[in-house]
Design a protein around this ligand. Structure first.
Ligand code: ACO
Length: 383
């Protein structure tokens, strides 16, 4: 093989694009050193537990909190957009029952884009964003029931997003002790700067593709455990640990064998994730006391061990750790945790898509070429 390579690329090449500014956005920002998250000027503490998910969606999509008339209008539109075309049900029915719900969601959004070309085959706009955000929980709920051999539950337009999602999942009137914490969770997860799935959505939108394609790609990016796929693994970890006396041995073994502790560390936060702090309080109030106590003990020991093993890396609890306890308390099984993250983030993704198309330039970076450039073809007999 030739040793000749392309001329050294003159620009910096941060691994994983760390620290690279890839877009301008007015939607949200993660202040990593301070452990702060801001949506359109509002610190997350201003919104969590005070604003409804629909108010936050309006804020992200339109740039301001809605007045009463605007909020009613948004509720009406979301409520009117939860029906799925027969083709989407058929595709979901065709999936094996053991399909991961994130895969079903990725497939369902893609099928929706194909089946509803009248709605989604245009330049993405606010009406499409609302239409898709309303259908994401409906797709998940339909698959959740179909895989159990149950019929999907027809949507009820009078319910808000958190209520409607639970109603379509379980077919019973959602209880405040379930839908209220879920709503706070949805508010907390709606947007988060230039994270991997949002970047994916913006890259796809920048090619002048459609909204369903952008969100299909975003779901694929969110699924990975280094991004949104961690909370069910947190639940698995806590279930495996089982009781307080096993915490030390379990964590030590995991770190000794080079595993990452799920729910800790973050690319941008070098302080505690503010969402983790809010979710910890919710978990304490909403979850089973024994499960909360085990979570707390595990968190404390994990933080101490990470500090010992990885000094100076500033690894703190991230959003995923207490998401597990909160979503379990809401009644969701572990494999629905990351899909529920997607219910919330579908608003942020579509808001970013709208922001991207409003001032679009194709996102097309360069790579540093490190391969040879002067090889000669040899016929197969002589290789
Ligand atoms: N457990 C053990 N060690 C860790 C962890 C962890 N959770 N996170 C980072 N480290 C270590 C790394 O091994 C590395 O050590 P080294 O310097 O000795 O090689 C050091 O800390 C720095 O880690 P990076 O890989 O540079 O951090 P990066 O910014 O790439 O990763 C990430 C961030 C992916 C979130 C990472 O912390 C991680 O894997 N966490 C566990 C998975 C998780 O919780 N995912 C959810 C993230 S939140 C979200 O996206 C919604």
């Amino acid at each position: 093989m030739s040793s000749a390579t392309a001329t050294a690329y003159p620009m910096p090449k941060p691994e994983g694009l760390e620290g690279v500014v890839a877009a301008s956005t007015a939607l949200s920002h993660v202040f990593g050193e301070e452990g702060r998250l801001v949506y359109r000027g509002y610190d997350i503490h201003e919104l969590a537990g005070k604003a409804s998910f629909e108010e936050v969606a309006h804020l992200l999509w339109l740039g301001h909190l809605p007045d009463g008339r605007e909020l009613d209008e948004l509720h009406r539109k979301l409520g009117a957009n939860r029906d799925l075309p027969d083709a989407v049900f058929a595709v979901l029915r065709a999936l094996p029952a053991d399909t991961a719900p994130m895969d079903a969601l990725r497939t369902g959004i893609s099928a929706l884009g194909a089946a509803h070309r009248d709605l989604f085959d245009d330049t993405p706009d606010l009406e499409e964003a609302i239409a898709l955000a309303a259908r994401v929980p409906a797709i998940l709920a339909a698959f959740f029931r179909l895989r159990q051999g149950l019929d999907p539950v027809p949507p009820r337009p009078d319910l808000n997003t958190a209520q409607s999602y639970l109603y379509q999942l379980f077919g019973t009137e959602p209880e405040p002790r379930h839908w209220q914490p879920l709503e706070v969770y949805l508010v907390l997860l709606a947007d988060h700067g230039m994270n991997a799935s949002t970047f994916t959505a913006r890259v796809i939108a920048s090619t002048a593709s459609d909204l369903c394609s952008a969100l299909t790609g975003a779901v694929g990016a969110l699924k990975g455990p280094l991004h949104g796929g961690a909370p069910s693994k947190v639940l698995d970890m806590l279930n495996e640990i089982g009781s307080a006396e096993n915490v030390e041995a379990w964590l030590t073994h995991a770190l000794d064998t080079g595993q990452r502790l799920m729910g800790f560390g973050h690319r941008v936060y070098k302080a505690e994730d503010p969402r983790a702090e809010i979710l910890r309080g919710m978990a304490e109030r909403a979850s089973d006391p024994a499960f909360y106590a085990l979570s707390k003990t595990t968190e404390e020991r994990a933080l101490a061990l990470l500090e010992e093993r990885k000094p100076g890396r500033r690894l703190y609890t991230n959003v995923e750790f207490y998401s597990a306890a909160v979503l379990a308390a809401v009644g969701l099984p572990g494999d629905m945790f990351t899909p529920t993250f997607a219910v919330s983030r579908s608003v942020g993704w579509s808001a970013h898509v709208l922001e991207q198309v409003a001032n679009n330039r194709l996102i097309r970076p360069q790579s540093e070429f490190v391969g040879p450039t002067d090889l000669h073809f040899a016929p197969i007999e002589s290789r």
